[in-house]
Design a protein around this ligand. Structure first.
Ligand code: UTP
Ligand code: MN
Length: 507
């Protein structure tokens, strides 16, 4: 039994990252303002940090010193009236030399990739014509077949349809049909990437991956506002039980199916001693009510701070990055995923054990299992096999007030000690992955997701480039050699793909 130790007092954090990491501007003549409309808060935040890292000055609020206004999917009229609404002042006419440049994202992208502001050309300027509407048909026809060739934002315009397609996909998976599940996932992913709301069945006919069954579903939703098949599936006992059972940590479709066949219908049925539960499943059941509550970004950041401080106690310059859904801009997730790396391989050896021992010593470790590093051979086919040294844990995250309290707190997991008063922590799923430095870009790409984006990247690499990609590297299986990369941008380039920022990988 572990002894609860007092928590270290939480260090007060510095200012928000966008303020703290912004270096002084390298380009005094340029002050960028990013228009949030249609761009969204998450992407705007991402682009802001990107520009600041590259030495650009970015204004959070619009003001007179802004020189370059950058927006996405807006017309000139949209932007001018948006600024007017925000500032309450009419904007100067765009012909006015003193006015800021009102630009499309292309100016920003080009400047970022060059690392300096490119001079403004006509093609960068927003026209006064209303955009998309007129060429929606072309957009529909030109949707690229692989999700990694598309930009898929977190929030999109077709959730009414994609929610249904996802239910159908889940039901197919619960019935053991991965192929049918993939069909629904592909259609759903295409609709998520559309920059407008699908209006008619005719439009859907032009879309890649949206034929057959999916087309009928889309048609029904567009015409009737509902899908009878999905409604029927959702009320089935089998669907509901499978959803419940597969939501337990450590339970996949096959286990859930077996239990369902054995008569398991609710969580309490799992207390039957005849069912041989793994330690992972036991922990998943014990912490079920906590784990089914989504982890918020604030909680994820608190976990990050605690673990990062501990890591830096071992080796000050260990690098730890939050990946998974949070890196894609999600505000909540089912777990928190971290990558740990260091240029010196020696600094990484034993680090996972040290973190695990530290978590245990602090009383943070409710459950864990680790996977040792396995050498991942490049295969004939691309594989998503992941052989990094990984710790899958359930972390007892102290409540905010207990972290802030002057006295410090003890984290006492259920059952260890009878604790008087309300619980001062909640269980959170945490994955820690240790990766050698040269594999880091591949691990980052592989662990950022989404799962469908990853699957499509590997499929694209294999079928279009004859290269095998996984979260360790990129391999030319014919020449039997690996192709190094130093960043995610590198990997996209090696694959001949346009770079997709994390916030657009929500396929
Ligand atoms: P997650 O399952 O954590 O998904 O895997 P997510 O996108 O972060 O979603 P939420 O918000 O937690 O629900 C993140 C990425 O890590 C990869 C997955 O393929 C996914 O792309 N992954 C996960 C691995 O490569 N190996 C694993 O063992 C687990
Ligand atoms: Mn995750």
């Amino acid at each position: 039994m572990m002894f609860p130790l007092p928590l270290k007092r939480r260090k007060r954090e510095a200012a928000s990252p966008t303020e703290s990491v912004a270096p002084s501007s390298l380009f005094p003549d340029v002050r960028i303002f990013l228009v949030e409309r249609r761009m969204g808060t998450a992407r705007r935040g991402f682009l802001t940090s990107l520009a600041q890292r590259k030495g650009f000055s970015v204004a959070h609020e619009y003001s007179g010193d802004v020189t370059h206004v950058v927006s996405e999917q807006n017309s000139l009229t949209d932007v001018l009236s948006w600024i007017e609404r925000k500032t309450g002042k009419p904007t100067q006419s765009p012909e006015d030399q003193e006015s800021p440049h009102i630009l499309d994202i292309s100016w920003f992208t080009e400047s970022m990739s060059l690392g300096k502001p490119v001079s403004v050309e006509a093609r960068h300027r927003l026209g006064s014509l209303e955009p998309p509407e007129s060429n929606e048909k072309d957009v529909l026809l030109s949707v690229a077949p692989y999700a990694c060739q598309r930009q898929t934002p977190l929030t999109h315009h077709n959730s009414e349809i994609t929610d249904v397609l996802e239910i159908l996909g889940k039901a197919a998976a619960f019935q053991g049909s991965e192929a049918r599940c993939l069909g629904f996932t592909r259609a759903s992913s295409v609709l998520k990437s559309l920059p407008f709301k699908l209006q008619s069945t005719q439009e859907a006919k032009n879309l890649v991956w949206c034929g057959g069954h999916c087309q009928a579903v889309i048609q029904e939703i567009l015409e009737d506002g509902r899908c009878h098949e999905a409604e029927g599936l959702q009320i089935r006992e089998q669907y509901q039980c499978m959803e419940l059972l597969t939501s337990i940590f450590g339970v996949g479709v096959r286990t859930a199916e077996r239990w369902y066949k054995d008569g398991v219908r609710k969580l309490s049925d799992l207390e039957d001693p005849k069912l041989k539960l793994t330690a992972e499943q036991r922990a998943g059941i014990d912490h079920y009510s906590d784990l089914k509550q989504p982890v918020t970004r604030e909680e994820a950041e608190r976990v990050e701070r605690l673990i990062k401080d501990a890591l830096h106690g071992f080796t000050p310059d260990l690098k730890m990055t939050m990946t998974g859904g949070f890196r894609r801009g999600k505000q909540q997730g089912h777990d928190v995923d971290f990558l740990i790396t260091h240029p010196d391989e020696g600094a990484l050896s034993g680090v996972l054990k040290k973190v695990v021992d530290w978590m245990d010593g602090q009383g943070f470790l409710l459950y864990h299992h680790t996977k040792v590093r396995s050498h991942v051979q490049p295969r004939r086919r691309s594989t998503h096999m992941d052989g990094h040294e990984t710790c899958y844990a359930i972390f007892a995250l102290p409540n905010l007030d207990s972290l802030d309290s002057e006295a410090g707190v003890s984290v006492v997991p259920d059952g260890d000690f009878p604790s008087p008063g309300p619980r001062t922590w909640r269980a959170v799923r945490v994955d820690l992955v240790v990766t050698p430095y040269d594999e880091y870009p591949f691990a980052l790409l592989g662990w950022t997701g989404s799962k469908h984006f990853e699957r499509e990247l590997r499929r694209f690499s294999w079928h279009e480039k004859n290269l095998s990609l996984n979260s360790h590297g990129l391999y030319n299986t014919e020449k039997k050699c690996s192709i190094p990369a130093t960043s995610e941008e590198d990997i996209f380039e090696l694959l001949g793909l346009q770079y997709v920022p994390p916030s657009y990988r929500n396929a």
